[in-house]
Design a protein around this ligand. Structure first.
Ligand SMILES: [Zn+2]
Length: 257
């Protein structure tokens, strides 16, 4: 009797601890991965930080998706360069930096309200939520980089998701369903990030930044890196340790495609 009462109490305790919003869920912290200095030699990595300007993207608990996207874009650019690749940003903004140093104090997350499209500075990001024409310009930029700098070009759009409930967590790998099959980069990212429990899988959609009439880069992808309506995912997304590790896994997946 005593044993079964203890067993029942134990089950209740576990259930309470695992209930979302009750206590602190753990951040899914990926293991560190080391990249060779030539892992991305000669690869053009077009990095597209989602939202910016007057469009903050998702907002939860005072944190904007755009600030997280732009900081992750900055970290990924540093990692790409360390691995011998060539990073390109689709956007200009003071929130984008290639001078961050891992382990050193980072500047506070900033809102990229100054964001401008590299391809069409006059149309983009100045009118509330970003419109489709502005998203197309991001794809146009990737196409130009590929034409000017060679075929070894990949395109990665960086986003953080949000959901109506706080239970949903983890990201997803999105590919352009007007491509006949998911490109190698999508398969590589899905395999790695599913294994790390950071994404739930991949999904094909029609996406402005990946639209085939504008973005001619075959290996193109939009990553939802985490779901910031979940408090643990949000803590992870704001943690520089998490960010540098995730960025290296992104680069490793690009190298392995
Ligand atoms: Zn977004």
């Amino acid at each position: 009797m005593v044993v079964s009462v203890l067993a029942v109490l134990g089950v209740i305790a576990v259930a309470v601890r695992q209930r979302p919003g009750f206590g602190r869920e753990l951040v899914v912290m990926p293991p560190n991965v080391v990249l060779r200095s030539d892992a991305l030699a000669g690869v053009n990595v077009v990095i597209d930080p989602g939202h910016g300007g007057t469009d903050p993207g998702a907002v939860r608990s005072g944190v904007t998706e755009a600030s997280l996207n732009y900081r992750m874009a900055s970290v990924l650019a540093v990692v790409v360069r360390q691995a011998g690749g060539i990073p390109w940003f689709t956007i200009t903004s003071a929130s984008l930096s290639t001078n961050l140093v891992e382990g050193e104090a980072e500047p506070p997350l900033t809102e990229p309200i100054d964001a401008m499209s590299r391809e069409a500075p006059d149309v983009a990001l100045r009118s509330g939520r970003e419109d489709t024409q502005s998203l197309y310009r991001r794809g146009d930029y990737a196409t130009r980089i590929q034409r000017d700098h060679g075929d070894t070009t990949v395109f990665i759009a960086l986003h953080h998701d949000a959901a109506d409930n706080s239970i949903k967590r983890g990201g997803i790998v999105l590919w352009e369903s007007r491509q006949r099959t998911p490109p190698p980069l999508v398969l590589s990212l899905t395999a790695r990030f599913t294994r790390l429990h950071l994404v739930s899988g991949r999904q094909g959609r029609h996406l402005g930044v990946l639209a085939p009439a504008h973005n001619e880069v075959t290996d193109r992808v939009l990553m939802e890196l985490a779901t910031i309506s979940n408090s643990a995912d949000r803590r992870g997304a704001m943690d520089p340790v998490w960010r540098w590790r995730v960025a290296r896994h992104l680069a490793a997946a690009i190298a392995a495609r």
